[in-house]
Each structure stands twice: as C-alpha cells, then as structure tokens.
Ligand binder design. Structure first.
Ligand SMILES: Cc1cc2nc3c(=O)[nH]c(=O)nc-3n(C[C@H](O)[C@H](O)[C@H](O)COP(=O)(O)O)c2cc1C
Length: 152
C-alpha cells in the first residue's frame, strides 16, 4: 500500500497525486490519496511507504487542508521510524526565501520523527514549470526505479 498525502490550495498538488497514482499501481501498489489528510490516515494503519505532495502558501506556510495534519504530527510526535517517504514540494521561486517552505518544513518534521526520506526532495518551481505534472511524472518514474520500489 502506498499512501499519498496532499497539501494544496488550488489543486495543483492534488493533480500531481492523481497523475502519479497509475505509476505506482503499475509498480504493484495499491494506492490511497488523502486530500484532507489526518494524522490517523498515516499512523492509524501500518504505513511503510508514503509520498507527500505539498504546495506552499502565505509566506512558507502549509495549505489549509494540510494544517491539521502537520499540527498533530508536531504536537503528538508519534515517532515514524518505520516510514520511508518521498516528497514533492510545489512552490514559486518569486517568493524568495520562503520558496517551497511548506515542503521543507514538512521534510524536517518527518525526519525529526525518525522517518527516512528516499532520494532527494523534488521542488517544482511555478516560475519555470507551468504544469507541475510535467516535472513530477518523470521524477516519480525515476524515483520508483532508483529506489527499487517495484513490488515483485
Ligand atoms: C497567496 C499565495 C502565497 C504563496 N506563497 C508561496 C511561498 O511562500 N512560497 C512558495 O514557494 N510558493 C508560494 N506560492 C506559490 C504556490 O505554492 C504555487 O503556485 C503552487 O504551485 C500552488 O500549488 P497548488 O495548486 O497545489 O496549491 C504562493 C501562492 C499564493 C497564491
């Protein structure tokens, strides 16, 4: 089972989740997308692999639909040592220092809980890439390959 957790304002990150879902299905996974994620979606059932698709709003802030998840993760500090994850951050470099701030914060939060990121974080810059999918799809293909995530 692969769980995809989405933080989005305008749907770009959700679109990425929906577009990459078939790639994981082809790789042998059952996929669940959480677009109103709660901490229980992550820890309520065993999760060894997750993908986070999260955009940034405000100045480096989590989108509204993702705030409860991030707040609870920080407050309850459940420990995530069995979790491996990938992270796709959507942002816009015209925001300067807060570029992909939500994705970066989340990455730190997950690492602080003992989760292990597989590969590098993808940061999609809306200044350069109009449709985040265009960058996310090949990245996920390469991620599945390089991290040997195919289920036999
Ligand atoms: C009000 C507002 C604030 C934003 N603040 C940031 C920011 O601080 N850092 C950043 O990298 N992108 C920022 N963005 C850009 C969005 O993250 C980017 O457009 C992203 O692709 C939106 O994805 P979504 O469709 O999933 O919400 C902001 C966009 C808006 C409209």
């Amino acid at each position: 089972m692969l769980k995809i957790f989405v933080g989005t304002m305008y749907g770009g990150a959700l679109d990425v989740a929906e577009q990459v879902k078939p790639l994981f299905e082809e790789a042998g996974y059952e996929v669940a997308i959480f677009d109103q994620p709660t901490l229980d979606d992550l820890i309520g059932s065993p999760t060894d692999l997750a993908l986070f698709c999260v955009s940034t709003t405000g100045s480096g802030d989590y989108p509204g639909n993702f705030m409860a998840f991030a707040r609870d993760l920080e407050a309850k500090s459940p420990g995530l040592s069995g979790l491996r994850y990938g992270l796709i951050a959507l942002g816009d470099s015209s925001y300067g220092e807060t570029f992909c701030g939500a994705g970066r914060q989340l990455d730190e939060l997950l690492a602080g809980q003992g989760a292990q990121r597989l590969g590098e974080r993808l940061e999609v810059d809306a200044m350069e890439t109009f449709m985040a999918d265009d960058e996310a799809l090949p990245w996920v293909e390469a991620w599945i390959e390089s991290q040997q995530l195919k289920v036999a």
